[in-house]
Design a binder for this molecule. Structure first.
Ligand code: IDP
Ligand code: MG
Length: 168
């Protein structure tokens, strides 16, 4: 198995529960390294694209609100990890989707919960396989935000609006 990349999101419940350091420590213990990191305020467009495969589910609307931070705080920490077998290593450490069925020692098993509305608030997201990891990393990050160029890039001329801090 060669080196892989995977996307991890510390979800809004993980942020408000102050679990960021703890989760990063557990992931580092598997020997993989961080090659990208940023705080993101998740827009509806990004949330719906990220979870597009779940759009027919009855919990979809609540899931979109959850990842946008409507129940906790409007930010997530997005991380890209790189290393040997990174996708499966991370999935193992975080545990199963349903926090009540996760290994008790996994991150989701320890810190996740199911809300009265039935949303699995499971603290952390991680890509399910290599193909999804590539789709998700390209959705959340620009090439120059990553420490190494992991997918081929091309330069394009685009007219764009840039934002600057307003002078006082
Ligand atoms: P994953 O996060 O383990 O890859 P997915 O099936 O991709 O699981 O679901 C994405 C997220 O949607 C989950 O992490 C969880 O927050 C939520 N979710 C998934 N299945 C259910 C469900 O049956 N009820 C409520 N929430 C769910
Ligand atoms: Mg998934």
């Amino acid at each position: 198995m060669s080196a892989q990349q995977t996307l991890v999101l510390i979800k809004p419940d993980g942020i408000v529960k102050s679990l960021t350091g703890n989760i990063i420590t557990e992931l580092s213990d598997t020997g993989i390294i961080i090659v990208g990191a940023k705080i993101v305020q998740v827009t509806r467009e990004l949330a719906e694209e990220h979870y597009h495969h779940l759009r027919e589910e009855k919990f979809f609307d609540e899931l979109i609100k959850y990842i946008m931070g409507e129940f906790h705080v409007k930010r997530v920490l997005a991380l890209v990890y790189h290393g040997e077998n990174a996708v499966d290593k991370v999935r193992k450490v975080i545990g199963a989707t349903n926090p009540e069925q996760s290994e008790p020692t996994s991150i989701r098993g320890k810190y996740g919960r199911i809300t009265s509305k039935g949303v699995f608030e499971n603290v952390v997201h991680a890509s399910e396989n290599k193909k999804e990891a590539e789709r998700e990393i390209k959705l959340w990050f620009r090439p120059e935000e990553l420490a190494n160029t992991i997918y081929p890039t091309e330069s394009k001329e685009v007219a764009k609006t840039e934002f600057f801090w307003k002078e006082k």
